[in-house]
Write a protein that binds this ligand. Structure first.
Ligand code: SAM
Length: 295
C-alpha cells in the first residue's frame, strides 16, 4: 500500500525550482505544504528549516509533514492559509520564498472517506479541515435549488441549462449522504458527451463552496505580498481558471509600471507541465504556475 507521499506527486517541481530560485539561507513559507513534495526539495537548497513555516488545513498532511526527515525542524501550522498568513503578519514575520500549490492533494482525492471523489464511494464530506462544521452533504441537502444552480454555474462552470437540470435532480432526490449517490444523480441528468466524468464540475463547485476556496485565495494574496522580503519570490500553482484568473489579475495589477507597483512578474505567461510530466502525473495537466518577485 502506498503512503500519502507516494500517492501525491508534486507538480511542476523543476519549474518551481527554476522560477522561485531558492538560495542557501533563505526563509521559506509553504502555505499549502500537503505532503511536502515541494517543501522538501526547496529546503534541501535553503538548508534553513528552522526559519521555514509549513501550513496546511488538513491534519493528515501536518502529521505526515512532521514525520519527514528534512522537514522536522520547520514550524508547522495546522490552519487555513488566510488565518495562518494573518497570524504571521501580526507577528512581523518575513520570508524570501512563498509557495501556494492550490486545490486538493492526491491523498485527499484517493481516500474515499474524505468524500472528494466521484469515482470512490464515501461520505459526502469534502472538508479539507475536518474541524470545520460545514460538509458537502450540508451544502447539497440544505441549499435551495436556485443556490445550487448558481454555484454549479459559477464554480463548476457548467452551462445554465445543465446546472438547472442538476440542481433540480438534487432537490428531488435529497437527502444525499454519499458521493456515489450524488455522482449517479448528476450523471443521469447531465447528458454530456465530453471526456470528463459528468459529475466532475458539480463536485468541483461543491468543494469550492465547502472550503471557501476562492475567497481564501483572493484575500490572502495582499497579505502574502506583505510577508515577502524585498527581492522575495511568490509562486502560485492553480488548477482551474477560476483560481488562475484571481492570481493573474492580482499579479498584473500590482506589477504595472509606476511608482506604486509592488511586484515584478517573473513568468509573463503561466508555466505549464511538459507532455512527459502529464504522462507521468496526469494531475499536472491543468496546473499553471505564476511567479512574481517583490520590489
Ligand atoms: C496540491 S496539495 C499540495 C501538495 C504539496 N505542494 C506537495 O508537494 O506535497 C494542496 C494542499 O493544500 C491544502 N490546502 C488547500 N487549500 C488550503 C487553504 N486554504 N489553507 C491551507 N491549506 C490548504 C490542502 O489540504 C492540500 O494538502
Amino acid at each position: 500500500m502506498k503512503t500519502p507521499q507516494q500517492l501525491h506527486i508534486p507538480v511542476l517541481l523543476d519549474s518551481v525550482g527554476r522560477y522561485l530560485a531558492p538560495r542557501a539561507g533563505e526563509k521559506y513559507l509553504d502555505l499549502t505544504a500537503g505532503y511536502g513534495g515541494h517543501a522538501s526539495e526547496i529546503l534541501k537548497i535553503t538548508q534553513n528549516p528552522e526559519q521555514a513555516v509549513l501550513v496546511d488545513r488538513d491534519k493528515n498532511a501536518i502529521r505526515e509533514l512532521k514525520n519527514q526527515c528534512g522537514l522536522a525542524n520547520a514550524e508547522f501550522l495546522h490552519s487555513d492559509f488566510l488565518a495562518a498568513a494573518k497570524k504571521l503578519q501580526d507577528s512581523g514575520r518575513k520570508f524570501n520564498l512563498i509557495l501556494m500549490d492550490l486545490g486538493v492533494s492526491s491523498a485527499q482525492l484517493n481516500l474515499p472517506e474524505r468524500g472528494f471523489s466521484f469515482q470512490l464511494d464515501g461520505p459526502l464530506d469534502m472538508r479539507m479541515d475536518e474541524r470545520q462544521s460545514r460538509t458537502a452533504a450540508e451544502v447539497v441537502n440544505r441549499s435551495s435549488e436556485k443556490a445550487l444552480c448558481e454555484m454549479i454555474v459559477k464554480y463548476g462552470q457548467e452551462p445554465v441549462k445543465v446546472a438547472n437540470r442538476i440542481a433540480h435532480a438534487i432537490r428531488l432526490n435529497r437527502p444525499f449522504s454519499t458521493t456515489k449517490q450524488l455522482a449517479d444523480t448528476v450523471a443521469k441528468v447531465h447528458h454530456g458527451r465530453g471526456k470528463i466524468h459528468p459529475a466532475t464540475r458539480t463536485f468541483q463547485a461543491i468543494r469550492i463552496v465547502v472550503n471557501d476556496e476562492l475567497r481564501q485565495l483572493a484575500e490572502v494574496l495582499p497579505i502574502v505580498v506583505e510577508l515577502l522580503e524585498s527581492g522575495g519570490r511568490i509562486g502560485v500553482i492553480s488548477f482551474h481558471s477560476l483560481e488562475d484568473v484571481i492570481v493573474k489579475n492580482y499579479f498584473n495589477e500590482h506589477s504595472r509600471s509606476g511608482f506604486e507597483a509592488t511586484l515584478s512578474l517573473i513568468t509573463k505567461k503561466p508555466v505549464t507541465a511538459s507532455p512527459s510530466e502529464i504522462v507521468y502525473n496526469p494531475r499536472s495537466r491543468s496546473a499553471k504556475l505564476r511567479v512574481a518577485v517583490k520590489k
